[in-house]
Design a binder for this molecule. Structure first.
Ligand code: PAZ
Length: 311
């Protein structure tokens, strides 16, 4: 009997850049496997669910990509090779510090009789230099691979391809699944081809449940990795029970639970045995410390223990 996730892949076309991304994944993972480096797949941002084949409208999932992009930087700092799988136009490691118009405000134009130069304003050098230095070092070491998705099917195909490339790492691999993936979608065969017309009256949109990819991911695609999923809720009273439910169902290592309202300064590490809060104090918030630095520090310790127990 075919399972729901197999039906999903059988009925959904792969994205046109999948082969290209598989090649990038293979080159990156082969390169770092040679050094037996620890590696992490960070997923970040929300998936879209198209309402039409020629998509004009879609349903979106909330996520700015802060959790993923900040965490990726902290994993890089801890020496991990990082595959950053992110929703197009959400935050990316390093550049997230200088987004949009703020970036142009850092620069100045210097014209002389024989040349025109664009320079960083002297008062901004102290802000840019540490980030740029770190970025250049990461590029030099080929430590970061960034891959993009937008829609739910693109995310699913890319996730499975990433797992295939990462499975030779066994326990050295961490799956850090911070993306906000839609729970509902319209199956391909039920989607209209063209833009829905308003003169046909208000549409009735029937969404189906998305198969839970955590199930094959943990049991089949990458069974020896350290798998960490995130759980976002808005109702505190559901948070821990939903996280425990996921652990019981998918049998992975850890759920990081967070509430929409407090996600930037409080998360809870939930395992089948216990819960552990990670919080930022008022002083830490004021001094610009990011909760992702604490999350990653704790995770690296847990991952190291996991590797030791696996050998
Ligand atoms: O990207 P962001 O920093 O705005 O938000 C992060 C988050 C809340 C999407 C993430 O921490 C999370 O909980 N992801 C899983 C979402 C879910 O339960 O589907």
């Amino acid at each position: 009997m075919t399972s729901h996730w197999e039906e999903f892949f059988a009925s959904t076309s792969p994205p046109c850049d999948l082969e290209e991304n598989k090649k990038l994944l293979k080159d990156f993972t082969n390169y770092h496997l040679h050094f037996r480096r620890k590696i992490v797949l960070v997923t970040s941002g929300g998936t879209t669910v198209p309402l039409e084949h020629n998509t004009v409208r879609f349903v979106d999932n909330f996520s700015a990509g802060t959790r993923g992009s900040a965490s990726a930087e902290h994993f890089l700092e801890a020496g991990y090779a990082v595959i950053f799988m992110f929703r197009t136009k959400t935050l990316e490691p390093f550049v997230r510090h200088f987004m949009g118009q703020k970036f142009l405000d850092l620069l100045e134009i210097n014209r002389s009789s024989d040349s025109t130069m664009v320079n960083v304003k002297s008062e901004n050098i102290d802000n840019i230099l540490p980030v740029l230095t770190q970025y250049k070092a990461i590029q030099e070491r080929r430590q970061l691979l960034c891959l993009q998705f937008t829609s739910l099917p693109e995310y699913m195909w890319l996730l499975r391809a990433a797992c295939e490339s990462l499975s030779p790492y066994g326990p050295l691999a961490v799956m850090y699944l911070a993306a906000a993936v839609s729970d509902f979608y319209i199956p391909t065969h039920q989607m209209p081809t063209h833009k829905m017309q308003s003169d046909s009256g208000p549409p009735t949109i029937s969404l189906q449940l998305v198969p839970k990819m955590l199930e094959p991911l943990v049991s089949l695609w990458i069974p020896n990795a350290f798998v960490v999923s995130f759980k976002l809720e808005t109702d505190e009273s559901l948070l821990i029970s939903k996280a425990r439910g996921a652990l019981a169902k998918y049998k992975h290592k850890l759920v990081i639970a967070n509430l929409l309202q407090t996600r930037k300064h409080r998360v809870v590490f939930v395992t089948p045995e216990d819960t552990q809060e990670v919080v930022l104090t008022e002083e830490e918030i004021q001094s610009g410390i990011e909760i992702e630095s604490k999350i990653v520090l704790l995770l690296v310790a847990k991952h190291d223990k996991f590797i030791q127990e696996a050998v």
